[in-house]
Design a protein around this ligand. Structure first.
Ligand code: ACO
Length: 398
């Protein structure tokens, strides 16, 4: 219990906390992290158990509604996701307007914001749950359409008989001229990846969704803002940056020590992508699961990817280095996820889109929690460091 009344009364005092290292913006019941011990739980359930035993749609329900769904609730939710999986035919025309090399994150955020033009009733409370299902269903379709557009292939419609992860893989990889059967190993791996990304309390994109939602902006606008925040290389964009870094190291002859040295040089500006975390000062539990999963899935798919070896060697060299040890910089969720996406045939520029699909239930759960609480508008303060008062200078005197 935080005494909100007391906090409001103290509003004259401003605490300066750049980057919000130790400022809580809200109370939340959704996600628990202990960064020192490397613990992550959704609604009290350890991430390790959810990754092993659950599936993404069930986890989405859990995050949104606080409990594991019973059989009827889950069936109904799956039905809603199937029902909403198509996008309005007119929206297909939007894809034609983007250049072929457009980044799919730009397309995704634009498309999600445009959904509000098709569902303007979204402003009313009674439609929130429907819009939540709509978004989870449609983001997957929009993401695959962005990809199909970028490679010049016809769009593949969703299939009602397929479950969430299977349907995504089908829309990504099926082509009209060939039979396509979803590989169950890939579907299982994708489910796990999405679960691991589904929430992470007040990270940059989730805080953005809450910030935008706090102004009572509609759900599509709020989620579109979250997608933009996730795009940056210090956040979700890191998964793309990790793979590009591993490829660079491979092409450079695999001299790990050189790259670790480079990451320590502050003037260089290079960081080991996929390393370090604001909250985890220990192993990111998601990275531990992902590393094991990478080894298993690649073996099951009979893929021998040299980048896995490079990643494991780089991790070893970095974790033996005093710079990384003293700053408690460990691999984060992005370090191994790209190798798995690559094994599934997902191109590097789609990695952050995959993160968005995974994080969506978390964003929505936070948006819902914020709205259900009827929270105040988010409005941080600042410490002004600019010029003191001065008189306007006419143009001829400047
Ligand atoms: N490589 C080299 N040095 C690093 C790295 C890194 N990856 N990460 C942090 N450091 C250093 C910083 O230079 C700083 O050193 P200093 O104390 O000598 O000045 C110290 O470690 C602390 O780093 P900050 O940037 O202050 O930590 P912050 O909490 O602000 O940033 C972040 C966390 C953004 C994740 C950072 O570690 C980083 O840039 N990592 C690489 C990008 C990345 O992997 N992002 C994904 C994050 S997880 C996610 O969004 C899903």
């Amino acid at each position: 219990g935080v005494d909100i009344g007391k906090l409001r009364a103290q509003s004259a005092a401003i605490t300066l906390d750049p980057g919000f290292t130790s400022t809580g913006a809200c109370e939340s019941k959704i996600c628990f992290i202990d960064g020192e011990k490397g613990i992550l739980r959704y609604r009290g359930y350890p991430i390790e158990q959810l990754a092993e035993k659950s599936d993404f749609v069930e986890v989405a329900w859990l995050l949104l509604y606080g409990e594991l769904p019973n059989a009827d609730q889950l069936k109904k939710f799956r039905g809603q996701l199937t029902y909403h999986s198509m996008i309005h035919e007119d929206m297909k025309k939007f894809f034609e307007g983007f250049p072929n090399n457009a980044h799919p994150m730009a397309i995704l955020s634009a498309m999600v914001a445009s959904l509000s033009t098709y569902y303007p009733e979204s402003e009313t409370e009674e439609h929130h749950d429907e819009n939540i299902a709509r978004l989870i269903a449609k983001v997957r379709t929009l993401a695959t359409y962005a990809y199909k557009k970028s490679i010049g292939q016809p769009l593949t419609y969703p299939q009602n008989k397929l479950r969430y992860a299977e349907n995504f893989l089908h829309m990504m990889f099926a082509v009209p001229c060939e039979e396509y059967t979803v590989n169950p190993i890939m579907a299982k791996a994708l489910n796990m990846l999405l679960i691991l990304h589904a929430d992470h309390e007040q990270n940059c994109s989730t805080s953005t969704v809450r910030m935008v939602g706090s102004s009572r902006a509609n759900i599509f606008a709020s989620i579109s803002a979250g997608i933009c925040a996730l795009w940056g290389p210090l956040h979700g964009g890191a998964n793309q940056a990790v793979l590009e870094m591993l490829e660079m190291i491979e092409n450079d002859g695999g001299d790990y020590k050189k790259w670790v040295q480079k990451a320590k040089d502050k003037d260089d500006g290079f960081r080991l992508m996929g390393f370090g975390h604001r909250v985890y000062k220990n192993f990111d539990p998601r990275a531990t699961i992902l590393r094991k999963m990478c080894e298993e899935v690649l073996a099951e798919l009979h893929i021998d990817d040299p980048l896995l070896q490079i990643a494991e060697n780089l991790e070893k060299v970095a974790l033996e280095d005093e710079y990384f040890v003293s700053r408690k910089l460990y691999p984060n969720v992005d370090f191994y996820s790209g190798i798995l996406y690559r094994a599934m045939g997902i191109p590097t520029n789609m990695f952050t889109v995959m993160f968005s699909i995974g994080r969506l239930p978390g964003w929505l759960a936070h948006w819902k929690e914020l709205r259900d609480e009827d929270s105040r508008i988010y409005r941080p303060r600042q410490v002004y460091t600019g010029a003191t008062e001065r008189d306007y200078v006419p143009m001829e005197n400047r």
